[in-house]
Write a protein that binds this ligand. Structure first.
Ligand SMILES: Cc1ncc(COP(=O)(O)O)c(C=O)c1O
Length: 327
């Protein structure tokens, strides 16, 4: 583990023109496999499982999940058995992400979408726990109170590393943003960039303000009580580029160009969407001169393997991960 992760200033003509400072918290460099927010979210979950003598960990994810990939390796390293409950059919077991997960001895159980939707349902979880009484069940994306605790440590590190005004993070399940809000204690502006389209909202919710926003509600529900009064955060929901893991050739080219200009690898599902949101906001003059912004690089570079395998990205400059082991 390489901690604290470095904070680097990004040199770029756009930022110079707008007279702002942009830094990047390189959590992608924490560990070659358990990188980014994954290490932050898993650290206390693994510690908890070991301390309480758990016989293993169970968690949930899609067939290309960064969380499943990182959890498999973290458990392998700690000699903890683990089970991944995966949305989709069993042929996914040979894809890039899950081949690695199996290589690190994660057991996989494939479920249909209907069953997967129950992943946070109390009755379903009780049944699962009864089936595996000695296992720790960790939610999708790892987002639970132990994960929030791990993420707060990013803020402790940042406070030692720099003075800044705004912190930007991509938002999927919301745990990372919740951890940042909790650790920040209302000091800075925190902006989450939603990488997926908002879930279904009722008509009343659509009329109401951000308080009723689906993702914001999700984040609020993850906050420890004392953090529920903080009002220094928002989620921008117009930068998802079409939905989860969706982006155009032009979007991917913009990310690649930025990667080449700066030497930092952003991928197009999480960190790259945050990056493009930032570039757009800067171009729109969203930030005043002298503003100091920190982007959190949440890792996820293993995801490039699956995107390449499905020909969603081409081998035209992306820093692709090592090929998956053959089963
Ligand atoms: C690489 C990466 N970045 C960001 C996120 C979003 O984090 P969260 O789910 O905590 O909102 C995820 C998803 O877990 C991720 O895999």
């Amino acid at each position: 583990m390489s901690l604290p992760s470095p904070l680097q200033t990004i040199k770029h003509s756009l930022f110079d023109r707008h007279k702002i400072t942009v830094m990047i918290k390189r959590d992608d460099l924490i560990h070659p496999i358990i990188s980014g927010n994954k290490w932050r979210k898993l650290k206390y979950n693994i510690e908890h499982a070991k301390k309480h003598g758990k016989k293993g960990i169970i968690s949930f994810g899609g067939a290309y999940s960064n969380h499943i990939h990182a959890l498999a390796f973290a458990c392998y390293q700690e000699k903890l058995p683990c089970l991944g409950i995966i949305r989709g059919e069993s042929h996914y077991a040979n894809n890039f992400t899950l081949s690695w997960a199996r290589h690190w001895q994660m057991k996989l159980s494939f479920v249909d979408r209907k069953t997967y939707r129950l992943r946070a349902d109390r009755n379903y979880l009780n049944e699962l726990q009864a089936q595996y009484p000695q296992h720790l069940i960790v939610p999708e994306g790892g987002s639970n109170s132990l994960a929030i605790l791990g993420v707060t440590e990013i803020i402790d590190e940042l406070n030692q590393q720099a003075v800044f005004d705004t912190l930007l993070t991509p938002v999927g399940s919301g745990g990372t943003l919740a951890g940042l809000i909790s650790g920040d204690k209302n000091q800075h502006e925190i902006i989450g960039i939603a990488v997926l389209k908002q879930g279904k909202q009722s008509e009343q919710e659509k009329i109401d303000s951000q308080e009723n926003d689906y993702l914001a509600k999700e984040v609020s529900s993850l906050l420890p009580f004392e953090a529920t009064r903080y009002n220094n955060w928002q989620i921008l929901s117009n930068h998802h580029l079409g939905g989860y893991a969706k982006f155009s050739d032009e979007d991917s080219q913009r990310i690649l160009t930025f990667n080449q200009e700066t030497g930092i690898n952003f991928e197009p599902v999480y960190s790259g969407k945050m990056l493009l949101a930032l570039l757009d906001l800067v171009e729109q003059g969203y930030f005043p001169q002298k503003h100091r912004i920190v982007m959190l690089h949440t890792g996820g570079l293993q995801g490039l393997g699956g995107l390449h395998e499905r020909s969603i990205i081409k081998n035209n400059g992306w820093s692709l991960p090592d090929t998956a082991p053959q089963s």
